[in-house]
Design a protein around this ligand. Structure first.
Ligand SMILES: [Zn+2]
Length: 472
């Protein structure tokens, strides 16, 4: 089975075929660095990392670009109005806007390392690409897709026939009064700013359009994608909130400029819910990576919690769900430790492991169905616990775990403490505890359980009345 992706543009699953054989040009809409990136944002960024890793698994060279927006993203995206998010935060904190973007961009890049993201080819900043934006805007003006009013430049949505093809928003439905406020300067209410002028804006550039200008958010991504990946790219990702207006506008500008298709595949992640609802400052549940670490969880538990759900399904986050993800990882770590001790045994279970490997790969190839792929690993764990996998089977299972971890980036596969001798001791203790329990000698059963606990051993009772154990 080859890699199939759900294309948000065509609204269907399609076989993935890049423009150039063996190479994938991928642009990920990155953070606007006006505050600490929260775990909801990370859902989309970790998805980008997962996608890149799977493409590499499939043998592609991935040219990954994730931008950093440090100017021009307004508070009211829908109306194309409001304050620049970076500048609003600069006023709140009483510091320079450049200091705001430096601080939060630095934290974002540090969090990416903490969460095990592979480094992108480049993390371009919008403020470093103003000449490329001006070049595109001037060309759009010349070709009749953009117009100036004073020192502002707007994109004329009626000049681009396919406007609305991604989001389903039709120009005539985006009329005055609906969701877009009327701006007298615009010819059509849905026209959006490519370049804005404001002498009070703190980050501004002196260009052909005037002395006090700054770019619109959408043109930034079109210009950065083109600067680093060329006129056409294979995959463009973002959160579902980016579909409209941001990505709709990117398509209009880029395709009006080049006359070619901009991105072949659009992939969007659904929102992360927290405690079953929207994350919000007033509820105090806008968590970030430090909040998770401060509660004693490993970063990989958060990574796993955010990647375990299918990216096109809503995902809920609670501290209990995070704890459950951490436990699930312990179960997989334990699987690896057991297998390491079984490789010298008599060969068994190769077929079961091959079936798990096929299930894992087919699920990932099916639009990155992580829940199904991970379920295959747990099915395998059950077979190992039953003693069905030994020798060559155990080695194949270890190879599968390593393959899965190259994509998921969450497992610990190095041999841990304890050897066959210690395992035998623990087996004996567990048997003693079970015997005491069966004899209803609760004091003895508790004493042995405490001893196991002290050695970092967790005993799990199984459905058939037996038990299994693993190291914490
Ligand atoms: Zn973007």
């Amino acid at each position: 089975m080859s890699f199939q992706v759900y294309n948000s543009f065509s609204k269907k699953k399609e076989p993935f075929e890049p423009l150039s054989e063996g190479v994938v040009r991928m642009y990920n809409c990155g953070p606007t660095v006006y505050s600490r990136v929260h775990i909801g944002n990370w859902r989309a960024f970790l998805f980008a990392d997962l996608l890149r890793r799977w493409l590499e698994h499939e043998g592609y060279e991935v040219r990954q670009v994730m931008n950093i927006t440090d100017v021009g993203h307004l508070t009211d995206e829908m109306a194309d109005e409001g304050e620049d998010k970076i500048e609003a935060q600069a006023r709140r904190e009483g510091v320079d806007p450049w200091k705001i973007s430096e601080t939060y961009a630095g934290q974002f890049l540090a969090d990416a390392v903490t969460l095990g993201c592979k480094e992108a080819m480049v993390y371009p900043r919008a403020s470093d690409h103003v000449p490329q934006m001006v070049e595109m805007i001037e060309a759009l003006e010349k070709s009749g897709h953009a117009y100036r009013t004073g020192e502002n430049v707007y994109f004329d949505v009626t000049s681009f026939e396919n406007y609305g093809a991604l989001s389903g928003n039709k120009i005539d439905e985006l009329d005055a009064g609906a969701r877009i406020e009327v701006n007298e300067e615009k010819r059509h209410p849905a026209d959006f700013a490519l370049w804005k002028s404001d002498e009070h804006h703190l980050q501004k550039w002196d260009t052909v359009f005037g002395p006090h200008g700054f770019p619109g958010w959408h043109i930034e991504c079109s210009a950065m994608a083109r600067a680093h990946l060329g006129d056409q790219i294979d995959i463009h990702t973002g959160g579902e909130d980016n579909v409209f207006p941001h990505h709709e506008c990117e398509i209009a500008q880029s395709e009006a400029f080049t006359g070619e298709q901009f991105a072949r595949y659009w992939m969007h992640t659904k929102f992360l819910q927290v405690d079953g609802g929207k994350m919000s400052k007033s509820l105090g549940n806008v968590w970030n990576v430090d909040d998770v670490l401060e509660r004693g969880y490993e970063a990989r538990a958060l990574r796993f919690a955010l990647l375990r759900g299918h990216y096109r399904q809503p995902l809920n986050f609670t501290w209990d769900i995070l704890a459950e993800s951490a436990r699930a990882l312990e179960g997989l770590d334990d699987l690896a430790q057991r297998l390491l001790r079984k490789v010298d045994g008599e060969d068994a279970g190769e077929e079961e492991v091959a079936a798990a490997a096929t299930e894992f790969r087919d699920s990932m190839n099916d639009d990155l169905n992580v829940p199904k792929a991970v379920a295959a690993l747990f099915t395998l764990r059950g077979e190992v616990l039953e003693g069905a996998v030994e020798g060559a089977g155990a080695q194949a299972a270890l190879d599968l775990l390593a393959e899965a971890d190259a994509v998921l980036g969450v497992l610990e596969l190095e041999p841990a403490g304890g050897g066959a001798e210690e395992d035998a001791e623990i087996d004996a203790l567990v048997a003693a505890r079970n015997a005491a329990r069966d004899a209803k000698d609760w004091a003895e059963a508790d004493r042995v359980r405490d001893e196991l606990n002290a050695r970092g051993i967790v005993v799990e009772d199984t459905a058939d009345g037996g038990s299994s154990w693993f190291r914490k």
